[in-house]
Design a protein around this ligand. Structure first.
Ligand code: 13P
Ligand code: SF4
Length: 419
């Protein structure tokens, strides 16, 4: 039997990236940083992510009682409830999800259940915001633990992006070229706040996910000479480089440095300007890990997420979104050996689903996304019990004006079809 990630961490905390992970999330929710785990060194820019709150009674409940409460609440609420679970969510929670998928699939999944009054999103904050923007006006979105943010999403805040934008507009101006292309377009990764999606909506820009980033960049270059891409530098660099753009034309800017940390000549020549964000989980993967996997298993295939650094993506056999990784494994043959560079919960689940293949995580240390990991069954039981009692807990509600502009950028993405 394959052990769940939580069982592995609790069974041998010393083999995880932080022994603190073995504690309940309520023990580290109130800590000033993101808490133990992969994102522990990232600053928590409160109040973007609010500390979680779980009544003491739920903290003390046994696993059996929490699971009994979840099952009972689900049965009582029936079709009025839909639970969405991201691929990176822990198994103890994902087992209750009506839909399991990537951030984009889950945002759309909510649309297929208009009868559901409550959408409980077992993922992170930006995913719940996106679901709220796309959901019907009668539907409400709930994030079981409000401290479940995304450290990468929080690396680009609206003020900083506005500042960089203004500096760049001063340099490039606003006049379109002879082909009608504007000087600069903002493109935000789905892993960003609703405010930044709205910023893109207002400035002719668009949202992308890791599954459609190349299509979105092509769409952008039909309408603009350059792109400001945020927050993930790696997805931006990997996608632009795969489109044939030389690295010199994909500089990274830093809003805290004079001149955005680049010469005027570099900025003028740029095609894609990268923000300095990154994912703490995916930056752990290295070329050495790939070499080791290949040395250990001849013929081993390596697939990584495009949030990994470019040398890792270049060294792998393939790179793709969470759903592309799932599809890659699905298309493999019994006996195949597949090393995966993405979050451990998804890798572990794929290994359990395909026991006739050897599937393992490139990183030998057990290191889940520590923010996603904060959705513990205790929080799920608490929000579901609330719904049964007619009380909505931890609702994510995007401001109407922000939602309107953000929806424009999301709808552009939906309309941008690959050529
Ligand atoms: P997906 O958009 O593939 O779900 O990925 C989200 C994410 O946070 C990856 O780290
Ligand atoms: Fe954010 Fe990285 Fe976690 Fe994805 S894995 S939710 S990018 S911190």
């Amino acid at each position: 039997m394959t052990l769940s990630v939580t069982d592995r961490i609790e069974g041998s905390p010393s083999q995880s990236c932080d022994v603190e992970l073995a504690k309940g999330p309520w023990e580290f929710d109130a800590m000033p940083g993101y808490g133990p785990g992969a994102s522990s060194s990232d600053a928590n820019p409160l109040p973007v992510v609010r500390p979680g709150q779980l009544p003491a009674a739920y903290q003390r409940m046994s696993d059996e009682e929490l699971h009994a409460r979840i099952r009972s609440a689900k049965a009582t609420l029936g079709d009025k409830l839909v639970i969405l679970g991201h691929f990176y969510q822990r198994d103890e929670v994902v087992q209750y999800a009506d839909f399991v998928g990537d951030s984009f699939q889950l945002a759309n999944a909510a649309l297929t259940r208009p009868e559901a009054e409550s959408i409980v999103f077992c993922g992170v904050h930006f995913m719940a915001e996106t679901a709220d923007i796309l959901a019907g006006t009668e539907q409400r979105v709930i994030l079981p633990n409000l401290a479940a943010g995304c450290s990468m999403a929080d690396m680009a805040d609206e003020d900083a992006v506005e500042t960089a934008w203004e500096e760049l507009v001063e340099l490039y101006g606003t006049e379109p070229d002879a082909e009608g292309r504007m000087p600069l377009m903002p493109v935000t990764y789905m892993n960003s706040s609703a405010a930044l999606k709205a910023f893109c909506g207002r400035h002719g820009g668009i949202v992308c996910t890791s599954s459609n980033a190349a299509t979105v960049l092509e769409w952008a270059f039909e309408r603009a000479q350059r792109v400001l891409f945020f927050p993930d530098q790696h997805l931006g660099r990997n996608t632009a480089s795969a489109m044939g753009i030389p690295l010199e034309q994909i500089p990274m800017i830093n809003v805290h440095k004079p001149g955005l940390g680049q010469t005027e000549e570099t900025l003028r020549d740029a095609k894609v300007l990268l923000w300095h964000g990154f994912c703490s989980v995916h930056k752990r993967f290295t070329v050495e890990q790939i070499e080791q996997a290949r040395a250990q298993y001849e013929g081993c295939k390596v697939i990584v997420h495009p949030e990994c650094p470019k040398p890792v993506v270049d060294a792998a056999d393939a790179a793709g979104s969470t759903d592309a990784i799932r599809t890659f494994v699905e298309a493999s043959e019994p006996g195949d050996v597949i090393a995966i560079g993405t979050e451990i919960n998804l890798v572990n689940r794929l290994a359990a689903q395909y026991p006739d293949r050897t599937i393992f995580c490139l990183d030998p240390v057990v290191c889940p996304c520590s923010t996603m990991y904060r959705i513990h069954p205790g929080y799920l039981a608490w929000v579901l019990d609330g719904l049964v009692d007619g009380e909505v807990r931890n609702q994510i509600s995007v401001d109407e004006d922000v939602a309107r502009d953000a929806k424009v950028a999301l709808e552009r993405m939906l309309a941008a079809k690959p050529r």
